[in-house]
Write a protein that binds this ligand. Sequence first.
Ligand code: SF4
Length: 103
Amino acid sequence: MANLKVPREKIPWSPSIDTGRCIHDRECIDFCKNNVFDWDDALGVPVVARPYNCVVGCDACARICPSEAISFPPMDEFKATLRRLIAQAQQQAPAQPAEAAPH
Ligand code: SF4
């Protein structure tokens, strides 16, 4: 993805877990190579321990979860939010110096 100039912590993209649907198979823990999840030993369910490790736009863990316990923000809503954040970042960016006119 292009350099969005938006800090990752401001981008609302990470999984949510419906622990009531979870069948405790640890598929998401084994699957996610970005270490987004930790396992809660007491409850026997995954927790989203490092949400900002999640790759923006990636929802692969939701697709591998056999019980559809993992969800992400609705894509249309997320895209609108991302456009707004990018516009804000562009407004806050220092103005680029004008290019020198050719001689
Ligand atoms: S893959 Fe789904 S069902 Fe399996 S542990 Fe993760 S959230 Fe629970």
